[in-house]
Design a protein around this ligand. Structure first.
Ligand code: DLL
Length: 432
């Protein structure tokens, strides 16, 4: 287990981390300049050459890379290693435009697995654990990433993939799964199913590693209570390797970014200006150890805050907050910026589960916001006046969070479709 809790790396001094970053960044810039014509052209347009980059303090001189660049360069345009050195691709779940394809050498896979192993160890995982992975396998990075990390830690790994809840629960009970890895929305669904089937006393879960989509603190509390586990957040994106770019430790107050592999910056999403530590803005990553698909200053579109406050776990790597939304997923409703996470927070505070849908439309040239929410079985009522009162209360709570009026429709338990992967919660009819 100790191999993947690496205090000499994870608890290194700030100066030591900077020394690694400086050295690796200079090498990485040279690598892309020499091997990726697309990148060289972008750097030339900005009049930067590798000799201008002497360390992290020069990072701002490099051009940003966006998803559009990845689409334009699809499929091989950003590959920095010959194909004979690449052993794997993974791809994003994007539904519009060209998919994004990321490449890995064996060395890249090893480092990715190591990042996921660190996440599992931070959640209390050891080689005594049975790690139940029900993130999707295949092109999605969730399954392969946690699978690799689990192997490295030496857990007995259950490569369940997503779906087939009956089988998930049967293996969970029969094999005594102790760590559950899946999206938080699937975890919530599994928790519901476990309680419904009276299996709560038959499961041995102690921890969950949940990520790939936004989930609120309230949802964490709910899952923890229902399953009797500690629920840890894990973050990542295909372009930068997959899950394990950052992960939570026992303090559960943000996710440590693996700074020996990734340099994080926060920028103003409108101007691109680098913001001081503690500011809320768009997260940008530079991968300094990846060989096949090294992205420099990649704009994630995820909005969050970085913090270097000392952590009780002893890790010194910078922490990112839970993403508060995406600069591209942010809804603008009646001119007001609305993040779906704000709506979820209100719902959970008011005692609802995270089974909801946000429907945005435009009627008579004016935006409308409707939130459809499932009542929990405990609060379910078919008395119209009672339901109307509950809806009114939610409209008020949403108004004070968002500043705009919404329509709330309460629906019966189990009527909103459950997700086995990332949940689809927003229907923006203005775009259809
Ligand atoms: O979702 C990788 C992953 C798999 C992360 C399993 C964690 C666990 P993509 O499909 O490329 O990769 O989606 C990346 O998902 O930019 C965020 O917007 C969102 N995301 C990922 N993790 C979190 C999280 C995987 N913990 C995009 N909280 C990212 C909120 C997350 N959003």
């Amino acid at each position: 287990m100790e191999r993947y809790y690496q205090p000499e790396i994870e608890c290194a001094s700030r100066q030591q981390i900077l020394d690694w970053q400086n050295e690796r960044l200079v090498k990485q810039v040279r690598h892309v300049w020499d091997n990726v014509p697309y990148y060289r052209k972008k750097m030339e347009e900005k009049k930067v050459t590798p000799s201008d980059i002497k360390g992290v303090e020069d990072l701002y001189k490099l051009p940003f890379l966006t998803k559009d660049d990845l689409r334009e360069a699809y499929p091989y345009g950003l590959l920095a290693k010959p194909l004979r050195d690449c052993v794997r691709i993974q791809s994003t779940s994007g539904t519009t435009g060209r998919r994004v394809v990321a490449f890995y050498t064996q060395h890249d896979i090893d480092l990715w697995d190591e990042c996921c192993a660190r996440a599992i160890v931070a959640a209390g995982g050891t080689n005594e654990d049975v790690c139940h992975v029900c993130y999707g396998y295949g092109l999605f990075t969730g399954g392969p990433g946690l699978n690799g990390g689990s192997h490295k830690v030496g857990c007995l790994t259950l490569p369940m993939s997503s779906g087939n809840t009956d089988r998930q629960l049967q293996f969970m009970v029969d094999l005594g799964s102790t760590i559950l890895c899946c999206t938080p929305s699937y975890a919530a669904y599994l928790a519901e199913s476990i309680i419904e089937r009276g299996l709560r006393d038959k499961i041995k879960l102690k921890a969950g590693i949940f990520g790939a989509e936004a989930w609120s603190e309230e949802m964490r509390q709910d899952i923890q209570k229902k399953l009797g586990i500690k629920a840890y957040d894990i973050y990542g994106l295909t372009e930068i390797s997959g899950p394990g770019v950052s992960f939570e430790c026992s303090e559960q107050t943000g996710m440590h970014i693996n700074e020996d592999h990734f340099i994080a910056e926060i920028i103003d999403p409108d101007t691109g200006e680098v913001l001081p530590e503690g500011s809320k803005g768009e997260l940008v990553f530079t991968s300094i150890t990846k060989e096949a698909f090294p992205l420099l200053r990649y704009r994630t579109r995820d909005i969050c805050v970085l913090s270097r406050k000392p952590c009780s776990c002893g890790r010194t790597h910078v922490k990112m907050s839970k993403p508060m939304g995406r600069s591209d997923d942010m809804l603008i409703i009646k001119g007001v910026n609305v993040f779906p996470s704000q709506i979820e927070t209100v719902l959970m505070e008011q005692g609802y589960a995270a089974n909801y849908q946000i429907i945005v439309d435009r009627v008579n040239n004016s935006d409308t916001l409707e939130v459809q929410v499932e009542m929990t079985p405990e609060m379910f009522s078919d008395k119209l006046s009672q339901v109307a009162e509950m809806e009114k209360q939610l409209v008020g709570a949403l108004k004070s969070m968002l500043g705009i009026l919404s329509k709330v429709t309460l629906v019966a338990p189990k009527t909103i479709q459950r997700s086995e992967g990332k949940a689809v919660r927003i229907i923006d009819k203005r775009k259809i």
